[in-house]
Ligand binder design. Structure first.
Ligand SMILES: NC(=O)C1=CN([C@@H]2O[C@H](COP(=O)(O)OP(=O)(O)OC[C@H]3O[C@@H](n4cnc5c(N)ncnc54)[C@H](OP(=O)(O)O)[C@@H]3O)[C@@H](O)[C@H]2O)C=CC1
Ligand SMILES: N[C@@H](CC=O)C(=O)O
Ligand code: NA
Length: 365
């Protein structure tokens, strides 16, 4: 079996967990796997002669400044003596917009980065047209399971429903690990929350590695909107972009343009009473507030925002960072096919990325 080369961009929470899962997988894989690049925003470990980087000690290996992207990175990978899989563990749009160029050169891509799949519909079309997924000869494959529900098998399930001829009518649920954690801890189903303010819960979610690098990207609803855009497009809706439908934001207007995530978090506590009121209003009606999303193929609608749920509902009963995703289809009728479990966190996300890498390995000659 020929050797497969892996290049990793992004070694933060998810990237580091991915590297240790890859090390374990590669040590037992029948197919030789050689990691030749681990690149962060300001430094990189590069194996110029394509010999394997030791994944147990990469963080103390000699580093250089990063290869420029896309130019040097593309040149380095396109000259590789065997098939290459590029793993994008960043949340960078600047990287995502160049996927098609890599795919056209036969380089496969696996990624938890939502940017490429939830920006313009033109970018989505360009990426899929350039990939081997759609039969483009000599091109690379692209998989992005971890862009929705982290490691939960959401996209692979949707794909299989569609490929086997089912008709998806609507998909709804809790799509954000951060939002789930925030409301499960700030407005728990029973008991009080120990006096925690909303802002304190946001800082905790960030420390646990659930949030985007800037938690405003979760709180403004855009992260959920991106996931629904991906699901809607896979289901056949031509959603123009992740901002082409109504999204309820929980970011106070006056904090939208605060420069850094840290400064935002410092000031968020000033707005704790607003969220307390939302919580108390729901409680007075006998329910709990949760942040949810839905897309409806029949009405061509996507929606994202807060809703009040009955205390006996499955959504009200979620714990931790759990997502719950319900597929209403022709075959499953009104008793939906439901996927539930942790929807954020480094290890479960890395699992989704490694699972995709294994899918590519199975397809490569
Ligand atoms: N955390 C989670 O639970 C989940 C995350 N995801 C997605 O996974 C991705 C990674 O998330 P996470 O690990 O939490 O984020 P982090 O912020 O922890 O890590 C991001 C990494 O990307 C690197 N990076 C950023 N921009 C560039 C660039 N232009 N060139 C090279 N490296 C770059 C950063 O470099 P440096 O180390 O120098 O800062 C860092 O290593 C995101 O797209 C996120 O949406 C998806 C599902 C769940
Ligand atoms: N920030 C996201 C991470 C996974 O996509 C979330 O909280 O769900
Ligand atoms: Na997933």
């Amino acid at each position: 079996m020929s050797k497969v080369y892996v290049a990793i961009i992004g070694a933060g929470g998810v990237g580091k967990a991915f590297i240790s899962q890859l090390a374990q997988y590669a040590s037992t894989s029948r197919r030789p796997i050689s990691t030749i690049l681990i690149q962060r925003s300001s430094q990189a470990v590069v194996s110029k002669d394509y010999s394997p980087i030791d994944l147990a000690s990469w963080s103390s290996a000699p580093s250089t400044s990063p290869l420029s992207f896309p130019e040097e990175t593309h040149r380095f990978l396109a000259s590789c003596p065997g098939p290459v899989i590029l793993v994008d563990n960043t949340s960078s749009a600047a990287i995502a917009t160049h996927y098609a160029r890599f795919l056209t050169s036969g380089i496969s891509i696996v990624t938890p980065n939502k940017k490429a799949f939830s920006d313009s519909i033109e970018l989505w079309d360009t990426i899929y047209a350039a990939s081997a997924n759609n039969g483009h000869p000599g091109a690379g494959y692209i998989f992005h399971e971890a862009t929705v529900g982290a490691g939960l098998p959401v996209l692979s399930t949707l794909k299989e429903l569609l490929e086997t001829g089912d008709e998806v009518r609507r998909i709804e649920g809790v799509f954000s690990g951060t939002m789930s954690f925030l409301f499960n801890s700030f407005a728990p189903l029973s008991g009080d929350n120990g006096g925690k303010g909303f802002a304190e819960c946001v800082s905790e979610a960030r420390e646990l590695g659930y949030t985007e690098p800037d938690p405003r990207d979760d709180l403004n609803g855009l992260d959920v909107a991106r996931k629904l855009t991906i699901l809607a497009r896979m289901s056949g809706l031509r959603v123009k972009s992740a901002t082409s439908f109504p999204i309820q934001s929980l970011v106070p207007k006056s904090l939208e343009s605060v420069e850094t995530a840290e400064a935002f978090l410092e000031r968020l506590g000033q707005f704790d009473n607003d969220m307390k009121k939302v919580k108390e209003d729901a409680e007075r009606g006998g329910g709990v507030t949760r942040f949810v999303g839905a897309m409806n193929v029949e009405t061509n609608e996507v929606s994202v925002g807060l809703k009040t749920f009955d205390k006996g509902s499955a959504i009200a009963g979620l714990k931790g960072s759990d997502n719950i995703i319900s597929f209403y289809t022709k075959r499953y009728g009104e008793r939906a096919l439901i996927i539930q479990g942790a929807g954020a966190g480094a290890e479960v996300t890395a699992m989704g990325v490694l699972g995709d890498l294994i899918k590519v390995l199975q397809r490569l000659k």
